[in-house]
Design a protein. Structure first.
Length: 255
């Protein structure tokens, strides 16, 4: 698999390749190897379109936002997916349609699966309503079949299994209370999601995503034996007390 070792994103997100325990030493190295990903989260495009908001490039020419992104050097677009949202926002129907437009522009799709009907983050990892009364075994099966279904429909290059899963996912089943005494069900759920994606495309790039830097190394020590390719973490500098510079201390796990 050809995996981008570094990603520059308009989002505060940085990735490393974790396959074979290797990392690229610098952005310059990644650029020289020709595998530098320039990405942006464009999940709000349908909302902007519905509001008839006009967008312009740096020459003040009105253009389609995807054309503006391509012209700015973006080669990958991140899209969030909710299971059964209360509206079409981030629904499978909306994301599938936008993903097709992105691929038509010769850009890659990076799919962020939230495994929830709304935002998933460290404080909110709520089961989809349709899964509320299922047994754990049924939820495992649902994670596999749902992941397979959406990967088949959206055809991403990168699939993110969960969003900001510091405290696990699909609470209470996959909740993490302590990294030193991990919940085995958390790893089982991640594994089923990964297997669902791999069943569609064995070479698809699998990402695990963490928010912030506190506990980052411990989290990826916990998940190091899973079959994934890339590490993602959200780094919101304006929310961080200290100025860490280019790479916060402890941000690079011992992989």
């Amino acid at each position: 698999m050809s995996l981008p070792r570094f990603v520059f994103s308009i989002l505060p997100l940085i990735l490393w390749n974790c396959r074979d325990g290797q990392t690229t030493s610098s952005v310059t190295d990644a650029l020289e190897e020709g595998n530098f990903v320039r990405a942006v989260d464009a999940s709000y495009i349908p909302l902007l379109t519905s509001k008839e908001i006009r967008l312009y490039d740096t020459d003040a020419t009105q253009r389609d936002i995807l054309d503006i992104l391509v012209g700015s050097g973006v080669n990958t677009v991140r899209l969030r997916l909710w299971h059964s949202p209360s509206s079409k926002v981030s629904s499978l129907e909306e994301v599938r349609s936008l993903a097709q437009r992105i691929r038509n522009k010769k850009m890659n799709v990076w799919l962020s699966i939230h495994y929830s009907d709304t935002w998933a983050d460290p404080g909110h990892q709520t089961l989809p309503a349709q899964w509320q009364n299922l047994s754990f075994t049924q939820i495992e099966d649902s994670v596999y079949s749902y992941t397979r279904k959406v990967v088949e429909a959206i055809k991403p290059t990168i699939v993110q299994i969960g969003n900001e899963i510091n405290t696990g996912l699909l609470h209470p089943h996959g909740k993490i209370e302590n990294y030193n005494s991990p919940n085995p069900d958390f790893l089982s759920l991640l594994t089923r999601g990964i297997e669902g994606a791999r069943s569609v495309d064995s070479d698809i790039e699998i990402m695990l995503h963490y928010a912030g830097v506190e506990g980052l190394s411990s989290f990826f020590e916990l998940t190091r034996d899973l079959d994934f390719d890339a590490i993602g973490f959200s780094y919101y500098r304006f929310l961080t007390i200290e100025n860490y510079g280019s790479t916060p201390p402890g941000a690079t796990p011992r992989l």
